[in-house]
Design a protein around this ligand. Structure first.
Ligand SMILES: [Mg+2]
Length: 317
C-alpha cells in the first residue's frame, strides 16, 4: 500500500491578541449556527461583540449554508434574537442558488425544480425565476401500479437541492427525471454539510452529501446516486458566495476574516477564498477534533467563542 506524506500545514494558534486580528482586516464574515446562535439560542456575548466590531468600523457579513430560510426570514431571526442586522448583510445558500442562476443568465422561460424548503422558493421568486416543487411536493406519494409512468415538466432547466425536512421518493424521482432527461438540466446543491444544530439540543444528521457516502440516500446524496452526476455547490466551501461578496462590496479577500465553527465548510471556505480564518469552538468542532492527526484543515486561529474578542481585548490593554 502506498504511504502518503502530507505536508503538514501550520497548526492553528489560540487567539491571544484579538486587537491585532481585528486591526488586520476590514470585514468579518460570520457563519451563523454555532457562531452567532445554536438553534434558537443566542450564544453568550454576541451582541456586545458585534457592537464593538461595528464601532471600530468593521463590515460584518453573515453567511449560512442553511437554505431553509430566505434573507428576509433570516433578518427576522436576527431581530427576534435582539440583533440588528440588515438583509444586505445576510447571505444564505438559498440566496446563493438564486444568485448563481442569475449570474449565468438562466433563461426566464425555463423553470427550476426545488427540493428544499421555503427559503429557496422565496429567493427564486425575488430573482424572477419560475419554479415548481418545494414544500408543495412534500405530501406527494407514488403508487407503483403496473404501467405507471411519472410525467415531468420538460421546461425544467435546473434542479436545486437543499435541506428538506419533507424529502420523499416523489421528489427524488421527479428531480432525477429532470436532470437525466431534460437536455442541459443543471444540478445545483445549496451545500454539503453533514450535520447541523436544527435545535440546540443536538446535532441533526441533516445535509446532503455525507449521506450518499454512507450509502444511504437522501437529498443531494440520493440524486448523486440516481443521476450519477455531481452537483454544482453554491454554498460553503465553494467560493461562489465569497466571490459574490467580494464583488458586491468591493472587498479584497485578504482583508476578510472568516469566522466559523466547521472546518470542512467555514474554514475551508475562508482558505479557498484567500482570507484569514478563525475557528470558534462554540459549535460542532471541539479542540480535540481540531488537533486530531486526522484533521488536515488548520485555521489561522481558534478560540472558544466570538465574545473572546472582548475579553482578550481587555486582557491585552
Ligand atoms: Mg456553523
Amino acid at each position: 500500500m502506498e504511504s502518503f506524506v502530507t505536508k503538514a500545514s501550520a497548526s492553528a494558534q489560540p487567539l491571544k491578541n484579538a486587537d491585532e486580528l481585528i486591526d488586520s482586516v476590514e470585514t468579518f464574515i460570520f457563519d451563523c449556527d454555532g457562531v452567532i446562535w445554536k438553534g434558537d439560542k443566542l450564544i453568550d456575548g454576541v451582541p456586545e461583540t458585534l457592537d464593538m466590531l461595528r464601532s471600530k468600523g468593521k463590515r460584518l457579513v453573515f453567511v449560512t449554508n442553511n437554505s431553509t430560510k430566505s434573507r428576509k426570514q433570516y433578518g427576522k431571526k436576527f431581530e427576534t434574537l435582539g440583533l440588528t442586522v440588515t438583509e444586505e448583510e445576510i447571505f444564505a445558500s438559498s440566496f446563493a442558488a438564486a444568485a448563481y442562476l442569475k449570474s449565468i443568465d438562466f433563461p426566464k422561460d425555463k423553470k427550476v425544480y426545488v427540493v428544499g424548503e421555503d427559503g429557496i422558493l422565496k429567493e427564486l421568486e425575488l430573482a424572477g425565476f419560475q419554479y415548481l416543487g418545494g414544500p408543495e411536493d412534500g405530501g406527494k406519494k407514488i403508487e407503483l401500479k403496473p404501467g405507471f409512468l411519472m410525467e415531468h415538466d420538460k421546461d425544467v432547466g435546473a434542479v436545486v437541492v437543499g435541506f428538506d425536512r419533507y424529502f420523499n421518493y416523489y421528489k427524488v424521482q421527479y428531480g432525477t427525471l429532470c436532470i437525466r432527461e431534460n437536455p442541459g438540466c443543471l444540478f445545483i446543491a445549496t451545500n454539503r454539510d453533514a450535520v447541523t444544530h436544527l435545535t440546540d439540543a443536538q446535532e441533526w444528521a441533516a445535509y446532503v452529501m455525507c449521506i450518499s457516502i454512507l450509502g444511504g440516500g437522501s437529498m443531494v446524496g440520493a440524486f448523486v446516486g440516481s443521476t450519477q452526476r455531481e452537483p454544482l455547490v453554491v454554498g460553503k466551501p465553494s467560493t461562489f458566495m465569497m466571490d459574490y461578496l467580494a464583488n458586491k462590496f468591493g472587498i479584497q479577500k485578504s482583508q476578510i476574516c472568516m469566522v466559523g465553527d466547521r472546518l470542512d465548510t467555514d474554514i475551508l471556505f475562508g482558505q479557498n477564498g484567500g482570507c484569514k480564518t478563525l475557528l470558534v469552538l462554540s459549535g460542532v468542532t471541539s479542540l480535540s477534533m481540531l488537533q486530531s492527526p486526522n484533521n488536515s484543515i488548520q485555521p489561522d486561529f481558534y478560540t472558544n467563542k466570538i465574545s473572546d474578542f472582548l475579553s482578550l481585548k481587555a486582557a491585552a490593554v
